[in-house]
Design a protein around this ligand. Structure first.
Ligand code: NAD
Length: 506
């Protein structure tokens, strides 16, 4: 599978595309480097920069494999998935280390990322013996009616870099247990984790052609994938801007399309909250994964009675967070994923200052000493943020938290809902009545009570409202819904022509 070449600091391995069970070079002859964002001298691997012809070969392989895979009984398909999940347990530590190296988040979190793939594997293996359909009574005598699930066909998966194994597993496991065949395009910043994941699928016994990998840039191979007539479903997790492009492309050819996009997630802290819990949750939600989660706690809406106390303590603790290379177990926050993201973070910090928000801590790039070769930023907190400011409205995707004062619960909910996104939301209160009102009135796909906006479990539907997506859900039973087509089947055992709606038995 791999050849060795001399990288910048060490020997970097060349990874090829996976098409029809073979590891092959891209027809373009081009490659790109996967760089460690904590130390840009470290080349994690060299990957294929694929073109349209590579996409076409992968889709053709998936189409051929589908003819056989769809006929394998689902419980047999599930056994392979179960085996893959077990193998991931054995490989968890190695894969977590590879992931930290390729995308920077701390080891504790990359172990969690692999664990999410393991959990999804076990859940989806169970689906192989469920995948419930429906039987219903027929309106005619001696007639049987049921609805069964069929695979959709060839599916394309386009994934982001922030959950490099968990998100591909959310897509690939349910797709293949349902009998589909797949072409996955990993994010260009984190292809290695997808290669590791798919290698495990192969080792567990997934037949050739069922899963194919085409690595490269969305700007070049995104359109060939989404426009390909043999692809029947596209699942994208990424930014809302790319979601719009993919959604429009799929609509033109009537493809099923699942979009999981951005967020601007609010955490409400009411006067009666357990403040210690809220502080801990806010720090974890705001600065975990360097703020680069679609569910990151990027806005904290605090009721006036506890505002000053909360802000003072939050800033104190944010300042003390240890930033560094995620491979160091004592580090709490890693680097930004790349230079462009760091520049975006810094530009939003300037926007926040110019809008009149109070910069209470952070705001600067860290680039000396141990930080000199990475894309590090200080944990940054703005207070006295107006809900209409750009830093309170737009997804920054960095370690920048905006704290917004509010008067009461209804005011907090109005602020929380007043953004273009609706992914996750949270409220800290000890009043059950107010908690239930928030559960009802926060217009988002996920609401946490007394926990921050991050921390979804794999067996519940995951996704959001408004610009966060197009109504589909990943995770648990929501995913099976996306990767299967309903077929209604009528079996008439009356031995005569019976006309529905017309022959009405007395
Ligand atoms: P991105 O939109 O830049 O890229 C996502 C994927 O789309 C990548 O694989 C990229 O190569 C591909 N792509 C880019 N242009 C394309 C095109 N024209 N056609 C088809 N594909 C194209 O996002 P990112 O920077 O990788 O990830 C961060 C974004 O993802 C954030 O907005 C974040 O909120 C979102 N996200 C959402 C969820 C969710 O479940 N809602 C989860 C994680 C991340």
């Amino acid at each position: 599978m791999a050849t060795d070449v001399i990288g910048k600091t060490a020997t970097a391995r060349i990874y090829k595309n996976l098409i029809d069970g073979d590891w092959v070079e891209a027809t373009t002859g081009e490659t790109f480097e996967n760089i460690n964002p904590a130390d840009t001298r470290d080349v994690v691997g060299v990957f294929q920069k694929s073109g349209k012809a590579d996409v076409e070969a992968a889709v053709e392989a998936a189409r051929r494999a589908f003819e056989k895979w769809r006929l394998v009984p689902a419980p047999r398909r599930a056994e392979i998935i179960y085996r893959a999940a077990q193998m991931l347990i054995e490989r968890k530590e190695d894969y977590a280390r590879d992931m930290t190296r390729e995308m920077g988040k701390v080891l504790k979190e990359t172990r969690g990322d692999v664990q999410e793939a393991i959990d999804t594997g076990f859940y989806m293996a169970g689906e192989g013996r469920r995948m419930f359909g429906a039987t219903v009574p027929s309106e005619l005598p001696n007639k049987f009616a049921m609805a069964v699930r069929h695979p959709v066909g060839v599916c394309a998966m386009i994934t982001p870099w922030n959950f490099p194994m968990a998100i591909p597993s959310w897509k690939l496991f349910p797709a293949i247990v349902a009998g589909n065949c797949c072409v996955i395009k990993p994010a260009q910043d984190t292809p290695l984790s997808v290669f590791n994941f798919v290698q495990t699928l192969l080792d567990a016994g997934v037949p050739k052609g069922v899963v194919n990998i085409v690595s490269g840039f969305g700007s070049r191979i995104g359109a060939p994938l989404t426009e390909h007539p043999e692809i029947r479903a596209v699942s994208l997790t990424g930014s809302s801007d790319v979601g719009r492009i993919v959604g429009e492309s799929c609509a033109r050819s009537f493809k099923r399309c699942s979009l999981e996009l951005g967020g601007k997630n609010p955490m409400i802290v009411l006067d009666d909250a357990n403040l210690e819990l809220a502080l801990e949750g806010g720090l974890w939600g705001g600065f975990g994964t360097t703020g680069q989660r679609c569910t990151a706690t990027s806005r904290i809406i605090v009721q006036k009675g506890v505002y000053h106390e909360f802000v003072g303590e939050f800033v104190e603790r944010a300042r003390k967070l240890k930033v560094g290379n995620g491979l160091d177990e004592t580090v709490e926050m890693g680097p930004a994923i790349n230079k462009a993201q760091l520049e975006t973070d810094l530009s939003y910090i300037e926007i926040g200052k110019s809008e009149g928000a109070k910069l209470l801590c952070g705001g600067h790039r860290l680039d000396s000493g141990p930080y000199q070769y990475g894309w590090f930023l200080e944990p940054t907190v703005f207070s006295d943020v107006d809900p209409k400011m750009r830093i309170a409205q737009e997804e920054i995707f960095g370690p920048v938290v905006s704290i917004i004062p509010c008067d009461h619960l209804e005011h907090a909910i109005e602020i929380a809902n007043g953004v273009p996104y609706g992914l996750s939301s949270a409220i800290y209160t000890r009043d059950v009545n107010r908690a239930f009102k928030a559960m009802r009135d926060l217009f988002a796909g996920i609401t946490y009570i007394n926990a921050p906006t991050i921390g979804a479990e794999v067996h519940l539907p995951f996704g959001g409202t408004k610009a966060t997506g197009n109504g589909h859900r990943e995770g648990g039973f929501g995913a099976i819904e996306f990767y299967t087509e309903w077929k209604s089947v009528y079996v008439d055992y009356s031995d005569r022509l019976q006309k529905a709606q017309i022959d009405r038995p007395e």
